[in-house]
Design a protein around this ligand. Sequence first.
Ligand code: ADP
Length: 505
Amino acid sequence: MWRHLRPITSRSSLSKMRSFSALVQSKALVNGNWIDSSNSATFEVRNPSSGEVIGNVPNMTVSDAQDAINAAKQAYESKEWRSLTAKDRSNLLKKWHKLIEQHSQEIAEIMTAESGKPISESKGEVAYGNAFVEWFAEEARRIYGEIIPSPVANREIIVMKQPIGVAALITPWNFPLAMITRKAGAALAAGCTVVVKPSEDTPLTALAVAKLAEEAGIPKGVINVVTTNKAAPIGDLFCKSPDVRGISFTGSTEVGKLLFRNSSDGIKRICLELGGNAPFIVFDSANVEKAVEGAMASKFRNCGQTCVSANRFFVQDGVYEKFVTQLKQRVEALKIGDGKANDVQIGPLINQMQFKKVGGFVEDARGKKANVITGGKPLPSIGPLFYAPTIITDVPPTAQLYTEEVFGPVVSIIRFKDETEAIQKANDTRRGLAGYFYSENLQQVFRVAKRLEVGMVGVNEGMISAAEAPFGGVKESGIGREGSHHGIDDYVDIKYICMGNLKYD
Ligand code: ADP
């Protein structure tokens, strides 16, 4: 059935790519055409486990990105998109969902090859990411307006929600599929068209799902994918172009701030999902076994490279020894290696920059008298980007591990005495994405859940993401929410229509 999904690849890399999927593309998608960059430049995509080149994709220019914006604008205004009913759009999203489901194994293999993520996690991400397509297919039909009782006779106040227009979506490498579907699913459901700029580290997953969107019958120009390893000028174009009405970005706080500043002139709709510095608090009242389980899930998923990963562990005196001992046993049992093996739990870090950052943070903490109780070193015998799962205790507030997001397999533990101290330390950061705590005390549960300065709280739970729930942060972790019915809000404008001089009698 999918024989016509031919890979369009250069001869040199063809054999390697064929080995894992016919969905691998080597061209970008603009206006329904699979194209090269206008200057024919390409860049390599590497497997971080082995360093092997697994693909080449177009290194697109600002003018190519402008073409993509033009295509998205044209598609937005075309009958093929504008005239569709919400149900039509819903049906197209459902077809896309079905195709992603049918190709989940292939997509997971592409994801593991380009991100290093263990295959079991890649399969999990395909299911999780695809849940957003399904969810927003359903939500498309529920973007309701309102009729509000008017204070003036013979008038009606009607409120409707309309798509904002073209949205630019800039996504990171740590969830190569889910960060695209979480944005594009909502945008398309609302009736917008999109230009996606995937991470330079993981463009193949993005192109593969775009190929399936095309197969699903989503009209040309509705989804455009611009691949580049020179993001800044294209990001700048998105900010400055009057035809881009909204930007949704997931990535670093630095780049998020830049986009926020640069898009202010055009008063653009902006949704930012930025870095976190998640506290993970274990109170004396906790079920320690459950807390260790949650800590493993929250910290070591995707090798610690998620923005909701626990970053600072605060453990109360009474359970400190027990928690640390049990966690150490679990950490030392983790299986590390190339993610394509079924039993691997920890893959490599994504690139050299991340690798250096993680090692640098550990050395910084060591220099500040923290104790490395396990790990704390690179693992060159496995591969150049592998770093040992690490636990460091007595991390001082001056350490980078305390103030910044490590984005790696490093557990930083800080001991505390009472609840007030724990909350004060947990909130002692400019970030506020996720926070976790373990307690079996009902009063404490409500007190702490309310006081944590974060957008999402896991109570006795280390994995909290779901398409049904609103994902997002407070403070410098971002603005806007993705997923849930709130996820549509960034892609619609509210229009008030005043119907006057109505004759009711
Ligand atoms: P990370 O540290 O997770 O790689 P980045 O913020 O650098 O986070 O990258 C997230 C996404 O933002 C990627 O798609 C990247 O190419 C893109 N990006 C990086 N710099 C810019 C920029 N100046 N303008 C727009 N996008 C950018």
